[in-house]
Structures are given as structure tokens and as C-alpha cells.
Design a protein around this ligand. Sequence first.
Ligand code: ZN
Length: 237
Amino acid sequence: MKVAVISDIHANWPALEAVLADLPEVDDVVCLGDVVGYGGDPVRCLDLVRERGWLTLSGNHDLACTDDDVLGWFNEDAAVAIRWTIEQLGADRIEWLRALPPKDTREGALFVHASPRSPVFEYVMDSESAAANLNQLGVGLCFHGHSHLPGVFRMDDGWVEHDYRLGPVTLPGPALINPGSVGQPRDRDPDASYGVWNTREGTFDFRRVAYDRVAAQRSILDAGLPDRFAHRLDYGY
Ligand code: ZN
């Protein structure tokens, strides 16, 4: 079985369109959350994800649209984007966001937005947090997003290894697999990032897709959102 894993679309429609066009034949798609936030096309992105019926996990930006306490933890620019997003979405789409689960399983693997021990909020970006989460995970696989940094964390002889390269990476468990971000990459590569899990071969195929960044930037600026959200798309950071 082949499962495409996408994450952190962040209301970037041109990036989502490009990823869909690049998608090889797969049996299923899972979306790891943060469908909205930062970007200028929350309605189109949410409607597409909802219509496709993909398993979609709750991200912190999705949750901030429905929970004032969570929104209160956001920095001012990110909060501005969430308040604008709430106005665009309307009640029905907000209810869809509210109903997103924080975690779920497919084919024996765990799927979350952030981490196994804190499904919506924890950034797994270093060996310490990766080791703690790998220990909790046991022998399995966990697909997560949130950091916008693609790669695989796994244990090798008691040490945490982090591996990222394009193409299929072998996945001996336990492993934390981050497909990177569709709509706001932060690994200094501006191309949209995602991947395809091949359950039979036990591999994850990391893929990058160039997209129309100018169009994505225009929609952010036209919406009057903080312009740094537009400019950072050029740097992938
Ligand atoms: Zn995100």
C-alpha cells in the first residue's frame, strides 16, 4: 500500500495544487494538520482537504481557530493571520476544524501533527526530544509535521540519527518521519515538501515540488497579512 503524507499546507493554494499534480498513484493520503494559518487561501485549501475525505489531524493553527487559549500562545503576527482566517472560514468550516482528531493510526503507524507525547504542540527538532518520543513510540512508526523540517529521526546503537535526502529512505522502526511542509518549508529549500510511504517495502519517498511562489505571495499581501509570511516563502525559512 502507498500512502502519501502531506503536512503544514498553511493556506498555500499554489503549493497544494502543485503537490496534487505531482502526486504519484497512491492508495491513500493523510494530512498531518495546519491546513490553515500564515497563508492567503484558507477557504480553498480547507475545502479541498475536506472534500477529499483524507484522514486529517489537528494542528496548532487549526486548533487556534477554535480555541482562544491556544490562540493566546501565538505570536502577534501569527495571531493576526488566525483572526483573519476565522473571518474567512465561517461557522461550518470552523466546526470541521474543531472536529479534527489529535492523533490516529493507519497501517499500524501513528499519525500526529507534532509528536507522539504531545500530538498538537511539541516541536521535535533535536536529539533529546526525538529520543524521548522514540522511546515512547516503542517499535513502531510515527508520521509527524509541525517543525516544517523534513527527515527521519531514528535510533542507531543508542544514538539518535537524523536523515533527510530526496528519494526512498528505509524505515526500520522505531522512527519519526516528517514529510516537511507543503506551504511553508523551513529547511532553506523553498519547494513544497511531502512524501509517500510504501508500507510493503518499508520506505518513505521524500519529494519536492516547485510551485508558483509569486501567486502565493500575492494572495498573502492582497489579504493584508504580515508581509514576512510572503517573503519567507522565497527563502524556505
Ligand atoms: Zn505548521
